[in-house]
Ligand binder design. Structure first.
Ligand code: PLP
Length: 458
């Protein structure tokens, strides 16, 4: 009997089957992720120090290496119900097109206006800010997905939202900007004259089009100098991976319904939040010795933190004002070449995933941009969804693995994270179609140069 008679194209969960708690994988890790360090004293950041910048409950979640389950407040679960559970789709059409014996599933997180998984954490962070009685939050956005998700979450909880958007994206992605303004956020191109650091950068580099690191510095400055404001971040941090575990918990619940056990789990990795969330419950089983899975993180060849980076303490921002995090990094002075998967252009990687990778619990692969868009197009043409360039990194490796199965005849079950849609990335698709897309790959010397500037630890 064909699988089609047994397993539907889309596996949905009932509302009542949605997770009631997030899963904190750190509780099951023998080697805990290294703590954030104060950039001045090089001592672990205390809750008190962190709470000057972040909301109190989020600080508690950031530092919690102990509790495996943290209840999702009812208000957040209610919001989740508007766009979750997200479907787990069996890619029957892709399998057929590839003529592979592999069974391919993807968890689709693009079914909300932000077009990505980022809303899962944005709504949680906005909730805790509101609960603390804050007036608003500040953040930076590069490609714009995080800023969009956060403005949606803030408008829901009636919080003010100040977004510092890298100037080049502000100018090149006017539609993203308008979505944020529709949700009531103020969007400022960074660097700007509204902050001391912005003025300083503009004085030193007149006409600069900005960077993520600079936008972070501006957003943090505004948060710490305005009473009633805190700074929020859309990836990398432990708390963000915790919120994103809703992806993995739903995936596991859907697979369990049909007794499906994945062999291979694949996700794209920028700062690591979607992948960390998707794999969390599976890694938990691995850590507890209950099951085994092959896990692959996929990153762009132009920004290869895992595959060519160094595991060391580094600054999280180029302005060097944020805490130090121990992570796989290319160095905070590494400036990734223009790359159309904007959400994957971060020099470092989540400390949780960095530790899991260092312990051999997961693998990583880097892929070239044109190969990614080829996979994106192949996927779009049979599965109907126009994928985000970021997500398409995972599609690339899922297809590669399915083609390997075709050669060996193995019937592997592959699950990958389809993090979002690519409607705001059509300039990138246009470049690909016109044959104008470049595959920039840094030289060893370039990487060594920024690694040499890592903070000296003694
Ligand atoms: C931001 C983003 C990513 C990468 O971020 P992670 O924190 O690594 O998950 C991936 N896909 C989409 C669609 C994004 O918006």
């Amino acid at each position: 009997m064909s699988d089609k008679n047994v397993i539907p194209y889309k596996i949905y969960l009932e509302e009542s089957e949605m997770p009631e708690s997030w899963y904190n994988v750190r509780a099951d890790m023998k080697n805990k992720p290294a703590p954030l360090l104060n950039p001045g004293t090089r001592e672990p950041m205390t809750a008190e120090e962190l709470s000057g910048v972040f909301c109190e409950e989020l600080v508690a979640q950031e530092l919690d290496n102990e509790h495996p389950y943290i209840a999702i407040p009812q208000e957040i679960r209610d919001f989740y119900k508007m766009y979750r559970p997200s479907p787990l789709v069996r890619a029957y059409c892709l399998e057929e097109r590839l003529q592979t014996p592999a069974k391919i599933y993807y968890k689709f997180e693009g079914n909300n206006t932000s077009g990505s998984h980022k809303l899962n954490s944005a709504i949680a962070q906005a909730y805790y800010a509101k609960k603390q009685g804050l007036k608003g939050v500040t953040t930076e956005t590069g490609a714009g997905q995080w800023g969009t998700a956060l403005s949606m979450a803030c408008s829901y909880f009636e919080l003010d939202c100040k977004v510092y958007m890298v100037k080049v994206s502000y100018e090149q992605k006017p539609f993203r900007r308008e979505v944020m303004r529709t949700y009531g956020a103020s969007v400022t191109p960074s660097p700007s004259m509204t902050t001391e650091i912005g003025k300083k950068i503009l004085a030193e580099h007149p006409g600069t089009t900005g960077s993520l690191g600079c936008a972070i510095s501006e957003a943090v400055e505004v948060a710490v100098t305005n009473p009633g404001y805190r700074y929020v971040l859309g990836s990398v941090l432990n708390q963000v991976l915790l919120h994103q575990s809703v992806i993995g918990l739903e995936t596991k619940a859907a697979l369990d319904k049909y007794n499906i056990k994945p062999d291979l789990i694949i996700g794209c990795a920028g700062g690591g939040s979607n992948l960390g969330g998707l794999i969390a419950p599976f890694v938990g089983e691995k850590l507890r010795g209950e099951a085994d899975y092959q896990i692959i993180a996929v990153e762009p060849a132009s920004c290869p933190s895992f595959t060519r980076g160094t595991y060391a303490y580094d600054f999280c921002d180029t302005g060097m004002i944020c805490p130090l995090a121990k992570m796989y990094t290319l160095g905070s002075s590494y400036i990734p070449a223009p790359n159309h998967a904007g959400g994957l252009r971060y020099h470092g990687m989540s400390p949780v995933l960095s530790q899991l990778y260092d312990d051999g619990l997961m693998e990583a692969r880097s892929v070239r941009q044109t190969d990614v868009f080829e996979a994106a197009e192949q996927f779009a043409r049979v599965e109907g969804i126009l994928p985000a360039p970021e997500s398409s990194h995972a599609i690339r490796v899922a297809i590669d693995e399915a083609l390997k199965c075709k050669e060996t005849g193995e019937e592997k079950t592959i699950v990958f994270g389809l993090t979002g849609t690519g409607y705001f990335d059509l300039v990138a698709y246009e470049k690909f179609h016109n044959g104008e897309m470049e595959n920039y790959i840094p030289t060893d010397e370039e990487i060594a140069e920024s690694i040499a500037k890592l903070p000296k630890m003694d």
